[in-house]
Ligand binder design. Structure first.
Ligand code: PSU
Ligand code: MN
Length: 296
């Protein structure tokens, strides 16, 4: 079926775009791997026939399409903030430099008409008795993009995160899997009802959502490549220690970056390698999906 809103010539002018978030550059990965990974993701999207659009805040200006120099500014600058949806007004009013999380990036990407976003793992419900729910979940419930990820970060409460997404009406699709991936490992034991094996199937699902007038994201979950998996005993041990170190003292926006950094140290870089591998793999899948959305 032809793309419903554009004639052939206009269709040629439409470029497949992939939005990339920048909180993972400013807060998710250590320097200089953060910059290497950001550049590699852009390159992989290009090789996949799409155009990468990295999104962030520079001096209070939301920028949809950061230059290389601006990505470097976010990746090695001091005083760069982690900007989630609720931080956008402050970031703009006060002239911050900010790496945008999935929630803020979804908002800006949607305003710019971009339909696909690639990341590593979405935020979700944190473990423990406190009440810490990522703004990513609410943004996913409200923003009609296709989000390519490897599930939610393993530091989270995955069953609770899945429940929350179900309650909010966010379709979750396993890409080549019938299970929700657990970020550092391919399986979580949590079954998914929808599985697809091609970018075209993802595009069909997105088209159906649009025709229905639904405004939720579609979450496409891609397990990381087998050779990059971290053994689950190693993840669990490190996670128990990292959570203990965080205890009551690390809260709010600082919690996710803190846990990711401790995991990297405690596993001697194994979780960082896995994180980078899955980011690159997701960029590749996202390029295919962005193309399929235009040609479907
Ligand atoms: N994916 C990664 N590393 C990251 C993130 C995603 O591989 O650091 C970031 C994203 O920007 C996501 C954020 O939106 O972590 C979630 O933070 P919080 O749990 O505070 O909502
Ligand atoms: Mn939080």
């Amino acid at each position: 079926m032809a793309y419903p809103l554009f004639g052939d010539e206009a269709k040629d002018a439409l470029k497949p775009l992939v939005a990339l978030e920048s909180a993972l550059i400013s807060h998710g990965l250590p320097y200089p791997k953060n910059l290497e990974t950001a550049q590699a993701m852009e390159e992989i999207v290009r090789e996949g026939g799409a155009t990468p659009v990295t999104i962030g805040i520079i001096g209070g200006r939301p920028k949809v399409g950061l230059s290389r120099g601006e990505v470097e500014r976010l990746g090695r600058g001091s005083g760069v903030r982690k900007v989630s949806l609720r931080d956008l007004p402050a970031a703009v009013a006060r002239g911050w430099d900010g790496g945008t999380t999935v929630s803020a990036t979804l908002y800006l990407a949607h305003k710019a008409g971009i339909r696909v976003l690639a990341t590593g793992g979405i935020g979700g419900v944190h473990r423990g008795k406190g009440w810490d729910l990522s703004a990513d979940l609410l943004a996913l419930a409200q923003t009609p993009l296709v989000v390519i990820c490897s599930g939610a970060k393993a530091i989270l409460d995955l069953p609770a995160t899945l429940e929350w997404l179900e309650t909010s009406g966010v379709p979750i699709i396993g890409y080549g899997t019938g299970e929700f991936p657990a970020f550092y490992s391919r399986s979580s034991g949590l079954p998914l009802e929808q599985r697809v094996d091609t970018p075209q199937e993802v595009a069909e699902m997105a088209r159906a959502r649009d025709e229905l007038g639904l405004s939720t994201a579609i979450l496409v979950t891609v397990p990381l490549p087998e050779e990059d998996e971290v053994p689950s005993t190693l993840v669990e041990e490190a996670l128990a220690k990292a959570l203990e170190m965080a205890a009551e003292s690390v809260r709010g926006a600082a919690l996710t970056p803190f846990l990711l950094a401790r995991m990297n140290e405690l596993t001697r870089g194994a979780t960082l390698r896995a994180n980078i591998a899955l980011l690159k793999n997701n960029a590749r899948v996202a390029a295919g999906v962005a193309q399929a959305l235009i040609t479907a």
